[in-house]
Design a binder for this molecule. Sequence first.
Ligand code: S3P
Length: 437
Amino acid sequence: MDYVVNPAPLTGGRFAVPGDKSISHRALMLGAIAEGESVVSGFLQGEDCKATLAALRGMGVKIDAPDTTTLAIRGSGMRGLKASAAPLDFGNSGTGMRLFAGLLSGQDFSSRLIGDESLTRRPMARVIEPLTRMGADIDSNGGLPPLTIRGGRALAGIHYALPVASAQVKSAILLAALYANGDTTVIEPAPTRDHTERMLQSLGVALQVDGRRISIRGRQAVKAANIEVPGDLSSAAFVILAGLISPDCEVLLERVGMNPSRSGVIDILREMGASIEVENTGLLGFEPVADLRVRSSPLTAIDVDPSLVSLAIDEFPVLFVAAAAAKGRTRFTGIGELRVKESDRISAMAEGLRQLGIAVDEFEDGADVRGGVLKGGVVESHGDHRVAMSLAVAGTIAASPVRILHTDNVDTSFPGFIDGMRFLGADMTTSRAVPTP
Ligand code: S3P
């Protein structure tokens, strides 16, 4: 499927983005190994989280879905998961595969983890290395999926300084640590999203957090609890930018997750001149939430502070569009991790924006983007949901229509993106992919 975006500014309105993807994955996994029933509300019915749901059902966990965003998980306890008859297919989801690598390393059965073409290109050595140190037995295709995890290995706690800032790696180790003898400590090179730590604590697991050092005692039980999932700030980011760059527009986004380990995008956009007011702040369970009021704002180029990269890691594709719409040259540095996401996001965004007439100089760990007038054209999303949505936002202010190719994966994180954007005034349609001759 492609998107066709006809230039039209957003008129604005009130909108609630779907549930947070990271928190939805974790709610499922921890609910599945908890003792007792957990009800998850606000769950994201995106393809990535649905793959996690299917994997757990394949391992014998009973999960009812009374409606599309509510799940009742009958936790099977720390030792209640069973071998899946079929390989566990995580589709497009790096979070799914990496977190399950941790969870499955301590089971007494073996598992095979597979994924789609994009996931099969993504590095897994970053989880295999620490998990192997803990005693796990994992085969891979030279550090790439598929993974085969042999069960029945006794795990032992480790002390591990993460070489890359990655919440997925940190979480994989913490999940394995639940099955290990002794204590595990992980030290992060930069702060990353702490949803696993917050959720574990809320489910009765003792955990010490001291700055970037997280310690956990092995062999603790997880207790069931109800979990409310806030709106996903990473999805909200597309709507926020579309509102900012539309003239005379005001958008109110309700109950968006505002965990400080995720909210770097707000700081970066505000530094560029964005008017984003944070209202109605509160806690939804163990996660901070707020309503965000966004008003059209002229944006100015900045040098993006590299210390904010790990706090906005998924928002750089849309920040490239902010830079394209801003006055002056925006410099992104320290974003090399973007090259190993669902696509090489530095090169995908540089290519897409250049196609729309924007000057982008790409370098190994970043890019310079010169703000300018966007023209229409045909751009490739490389099957990456965040690249697709970012280029769709760019299309709202282009001089003529923009066609974005291969957008099906938007459903991995933001089902209803097109409908939401249309509701706020955008002129977008989906179109069947034009077959390549
Ligand atoms: C995620 C962590 C991030 C992020 C991904 C979700 C998570 O990946 O890009 O979309 O849920 O832990 P890294 O931690 O590997 O950077």
